[in-house]
Design a protein. Sequence first.
Length: 109
Amino acid sequence: MTAIKKIKKNDMVKIISGANKGTTGKVEAVLNKQNAVRIEGVGKTHRKVKPSMANPQGGHKDIHMAIPISKVALVIDEKTGKTSRIGRIKNTDGKMTRVARQNNNKEIK
């Protein structure tokens, strides 16, 4: 069973730990089974490819690695780069909405 993901595609996030700490980028994909996200411009690596009939030379292949979702935080103000934890509350009409905890439960658009 996977937990409710609070980060969505096209959100602006900041990496809070690891080799790319402090880097911000847009989320390209959320990988629910891996509890990870792919961030635009972060996590690009090379992988060696053995020679085969389709590729007789072999060589290098560029791949995009995912980052664990626990290592990113949502950016709520792009000018200052302020981040926040995310919560969910019910509106008066009964729909669940995302709110920024560090911004006094202000709704996230």
